[in-house]
Design a protein around this ligand. Structure first.
Ligand code: NDP
Ligand code: GDP
Length: 324
């Protein structure tokens, strides 16, 4: 049985990746932070099939300890302070986790077992103020937030350990991917939960920031397959993963509210407090390399993704109001 360790297993992608690897016959372990038990709901349904180790990417010794105990063949580093918005309020912590955390894990791998295959969760936020469109593996980076800057460090240190030490280290440059398990502070889930709450009569408004942005949104469940596929190649390489289509935030709003028979313009208010100090206005992936070398293509369309998220939030709200 191959063995995989996932940092950030209790997060959105970690939960889908764990499900995917278990279905492939892997023995799966996850790194979890002490005292965060309330956050395990995404993996509750598979928790008895996982080995969970306490640790933190802020702590080198905990990482070495987990690698020694579990002896994985593959490590997926998904642990992150993943909110761009919060990264201005917590720039140092964001750098410690997203940038130096990658160095700590790579060093732990190098000293424990340099044969371990390593996946780093890089981000389209590295393209930031884009230099060309669409963006591919050769597009220069121009990050626009402490988050984007920290991810750019994580990307290059992964490339550096591949080139300096010959590690099988890869970086997946993933564009925004969402799901019913997405955190409520990300705009997609904020919208689908907000629309479902309005439809249920629980609230009358949804307050957002900048609507003049475009993203290349896909389904997280599709994207974890690309992560795994990158580690099954004979040569470690970096890949851009996305849908290849940009949608505006207004498109997202329209699709979500229309799914419930509502007109979004009647409910959405703007509050500058949700605006960013610097904005990533438009990103869209060029995934030609992933299509050609990994044979990977997304299965879920934008409309199906939005519908899935709205339906899930409608169900969630009903469950919250139903008597137990
Ligand atoms: P989530 O925020 O859902 O999950 C992040 C996980 O990291 C959480 O489980 C969190 O643990 C854990 N974590 C945070 N800090 C630490 C730490 N110091 N030590 C150990 N674990 C920690 O993010 P996603 O699942 O959406 O994203 C997965 C990865 O992919 C992240 O690296 C993200 O930056 C990156 N990414 C995501 C994209 C997206 O659109 N979703 C796009 C591109 C990249 P806890 O539960 O304890 O808080
Ligand atoms: P990001 O692409 O990783 O920053 O993902 P988010 O879902 O946090 O934000 C996507 C885009 O939505 C950004 O350009 C935000 O400026 C924009 N946006 C507009 N209103 C909001 C809001 O209320 N919350 C969030 N999180 N983003 C918003």
């Amino acid at each position: 049985m191959p063995r995989a360790l996932i940092t950030g297993i209790a997060g959105q992608d970690g939960s889908y990746l764990a499900e995917f690897l278990l279905a492939k016959g892997y023995e799966v372990a996850g790194l979890i932070r002490r005292g965060r038990t309330e956050r395990y709901e995404r993996i509750a349904h598979i928790q008895n099939r996982l080995q969970l180790f306490e640790g933190d990417v802020l702590d080198q010794v905990s990482l070495t300890g987990v690698l020694q105990k579990f002896q994985p063949d593959e490590v997926y580093n998904l642990a992150s302070q993943s909110s761009v918005f919060r990264s201005w309020a917590e720039p140092i912590l964001t750098g410690e986790i997203n940038a130096l955390g990658v160095s700590r894990l790579l060093e732990a791998i190098r000293s424990t077992n340099p044969k371990i295959k390593f996946y780093q969760a890089s981000s389209s936020e590295m393209f930031g103020k884009v230099r060309e469109s669409p963006q591919n593996e050769l597009t220069p980076f121009y990050p626009r937030s402490p988050y984007g800057v920290s991810k750019t460090y994580g990307h290059f240190v992964t490339v550096n350990y591949r080139e300096s030490y010959g590690l099988f280290a890869t970086s997946g440059i993933l564009f925004n991917h969402e799901s019913p398990r997405r955190g409520l502070d990300f705009v997609t889930r904020k919208i689908t939960y907000g629309a479902a709450s309005i439809a249920a009569g629980r609230t009358q408004t949804l307050v957002l920031g900048n609507l003049d942005v475009e993203r290349d949104w896909g389904f997280a469940g599709d994207y974890v397959e690309a992560m795994w596929s990158m580690l099954q190649q004979s040569v470690p390489e970096d890949f851009v993963i996305g849908q290849g289509t940009a949608h505006s935030l207004r498109d997202f709003l329209r699709t979500a509210f229309e799914h419930l028979g509502l007109n979004w313009e009647k409910f959405v208010h703007i509050d500058p407090k949700f605006m960013r100090l610097a904005e990533v206005e438009h990103v869209v992936a060029d995934c030609a390399k992933a299509h050609a070398k990994l044979g990977w293509k997304p299965r879920t369309s934008f409309c199906d993704l939005v519908g899935m998220m709205v339906d899930s939030d409608v169900k969630l709200l009903k469950a919250q109001t139903s008597p137990k």
